[in-house]
Write a protein that binds this ligand. Structure first.
Ligand code: AGP
Length: 612
């Protein structure tokens, strides 16, 4: 998720753009850049936080009254000066900034190179600038028409702001899947990914919808579809202040990120699931498929929530690909002089890509000759750069310390990897692959269904458990790791002691804890262990435990035994963690809020543990 701003007016565009980018820094912060027009195209970029761009801009004395800006969350291409936005067409006359993912950028890039175009960056974004210039300069059409033709060739998502030095009074914008607003000022116009950069100048905004574009000048704007149908858009009045807007109206980043999961999972799957030929495309693994297929075993090393997604991965790889898997705490793995080497694959999982123990585990395994792969959310992070290969989760910046959307994105990647490996090893035929891939493609909608149907009831239920001294979470097979994850979510943001356990283990000790003060969360997603899970629930009930069941619609046996039920849509058993974790995230969030805890920045915790 990146941040886009634009300005046309009589003000100092550079200063206005930088200020706006600072408001959008929560959307991405591995680089920032602006393009200003002042008789010429002036580009200024900066690594990391926007303050670095600001320093470079002041030092360069670049000014202008029209321009576009971008703060980047890298999805394609390392965070380095070449990949920072804005991107220029080959002639340097067109500059653009982009938020989104272009799925067909590889094929478009290949065609443009065959037609003699040269590229500077590794990004998908640059394709748009180059294609736009080629269409515009080889046809006798307007720039606007060239943009429409360009966008019809692009597959994927975009929020775009574009300037053309030959039209120095205009900014072009277009939207498909990534939000864009126009702010209507007095003799000036603003463009942004959300209202936070605009609200201090004007409260009048227009929201572009998918498939729409606009031509913006300082006194006017024209919105139309990319089919050239003119539109009259409603002008809205902003009611929110800055703080709420950065959180898109949610009270906390964590709740925003919980509700982002339909989109973040869809972004993670985007361009990787081929439902037409029942295949999976993970570009980052193309060069290591042989090592994966021939691997003696896969060792997964991670910390915290990422360790939990690794545990789900163990079940997935063993069930779908018949590859033996061991899951290790990275901190334990690195100090055990691990027996790992050539023929083994170490897979590290890390949202931040900077966790010290996980990085150390990676280096240890690499030194011993293993093939090291990574699943990361931050492009250009240390772990992602030191692995032999890997897959990015594309979940977008996760600001809340408690990981939510990163977990489901990690599990989505692990699911795709396991299916792809199962196919490569001949354990999954086309029919089964079609079933798996079509069902995986439906998961974002099922997550959305849970969020829409259960949020309120979970918020109500949380009130009854706000002061519970302890919690027990029980799950089996794929949902045992989810029990661990649910317990971690609760304890790290509400400070209530909570334990996750394999349900069958309860009678080997934890059952002694159960009384009428002990809430027990049971993850009873209908699968081959449902009958056993019912027995576990009966054991809890017999000791007056209060039972909160996460269950499939219609599982009346579980419903009759439970004090509270949260229904989830049915899915293929091995995909249930993507659904069962959602109610647990919400439950922990609402209990923590009821307890007045600092949900986004819990005491003693950091978003990334870069020290041992
Ligand atoms: C999860 O909610 C925690 N914030 C923490 O356990 C986290 O998952 C762990 O520190 C690993 O971080 P990483 O994924 O960035 O490596």
């Amino acid at each position: 998720m990146c941040g886009i701003v634009g300005y046309v007016g009589e003000g100092d565009a550079g200063q206005i753009l930088v200020k706006g980018l600072k408001r959008l820094e929560y959307r991405g912060y591995d680089s920032a850049g602006v393009a200003l027009m002042n008789g010429e195209m002036l580009i200024q970029k900066g690594k990391g936080k926007v303050i670095n761009l600001e320093k470079n801009l002041v030092a360069s004395k670049i000014t202008g009254k029209i321009g576009i800006g971008h703060t980047r969350w890298a999805t394609h291409g390392e965070p380095n000066d070449i990949n920072y936005h804005p991107h220029l067409s080959e002639s340097g006359k067109i500059a653009l900034v982009h938020n989104g993912i272009i799925e067909n950028y590889t094929s478009l890039r290949k065609k443009l190179i065959e037609r003699g175009r040269t590229f500077k960056s590794q990004t998908d974004t640059e394709i748009i600038a180059q294609l736009l210039e080629e269409i515009f300069t080889t046809s006798d059409i307007s720039f606007e028409e060239a943009l429409q033709l360009t966008l019809k060739q692009v597959v994927g998502t975009y929020g775009l702001a574009i300037v053309n030095i030959d039209e120095p009074e205009r900014v072009y914008v277009a939207r498909k899947g990534s939000p864009l607003l126009l702010g209507i000022g007095d003799g000036e116009m603003f463009i942004a990914s959300d209202a936070s950069p605009i609200v201090e100048y004007t409260n009048k905004v227009i929201y572009l919808d998918d498939g729409e574009m606009a031509i913006v000048t300082k006194d006017d704007y024209q919105v139309k579809t990319i089919e050239d149908v003119k539109l009259t858009k409603e002008i809205h009045e902003l009611a929110m202040g800055i703080e709420e807007i950065e959180k898109a109206g949610y009270p906390h980043f964590m709740l925003k990120e919980i509700f982002e999961q339909p989109r973040s999972i869809a972004d993670c799957l985007r361009g990787r699931l081929n439902t037409s030929d029942s295949t999976i495309q993970l570009g980052g693994l193309v060069n290591v498929m042989e090592e994966l297929v021939s691997a003696n075993r896969i060792v997964i090393a991670a910390c915290g929530t990422s360790w939990h997604s690794g545990l789900v991965g163990e079940y997935l790889f063993e069930y779908l690909a018949k590859t033996p898997v061991e899951v290790e705490y990275a901190s334990e793995f690195r100090y055990r002089d691990p027996l790992i080497g050539k023929g083994d694959v170490l897979l590290v999982i890390s949202q931040s890509g900077e966790t010290a123990d996980t990085l150390a585990a990676l280096r240890e395994a690499k030194a011993k000759g293993a093939t090291v792969l990574g699943i990361c959310n931050v492009v250009g992070s240390t772990i992602s750069r030191e692995t032999d290969a890997g897959v990015f989760t594309h979940a977008g910046p996760e600001i809340g310390v408690a990981s939510t959307k990163a977990f489901t994105a990690q599990v989505a990647v692990l699911t795709m990897m396991a299916i792809q490996l199962g196919q490569a090893k001949g354990h999954i035929d086309n029919a089964r692959a079609a079933e798996l891939i079509n069902e995986l493609d439906s998961i974002p909608k099922k997550v959305e269904h849970i969020l829409n149907e259960s949020d309120e009831s979970i918020q109500e239920m949380a009130k009854l458990f706000t002061y519970a001294p302890n919690f027990l979470y029980l799950g089996r097979t794929y949902n045992f790791p989810v029990a661990l994850e649910g317990a971690l979510k609760l304890k790290e943001i509400s400070y209530i002691h909570a334990e996750g356990y394999p349900a069958a283990e309860m009678k080997h000790g934890p059952i002694a804890l159960i009384d009428d003060m002990m809430p027990v969360v049971v993850i009873a997603a209908t699968d081959h262990t449902n009958d056993k899970m019912i027995s576990n629930i009966e054991e809890v009930k017999a000791r007056k435990g209060r039972i909160i069941s996460i269950m499939n619609d219609g599982n009346s046996d579980v419903k009759d035994l439970s004090n509270f039920c949260v229904n989830i849509p049915s899915t293929i058993d091995c995909f249930t963690p993507l659904l069962t974790v959602i109610p647990l995230q919400l439950l922990s969030y609402y209990i923590a809020v009821n307890r007045g805890c600092n949900v986004d920045q819990p005491r003693n915790l950091a978003k990334s543990v870069t020290v041992e």
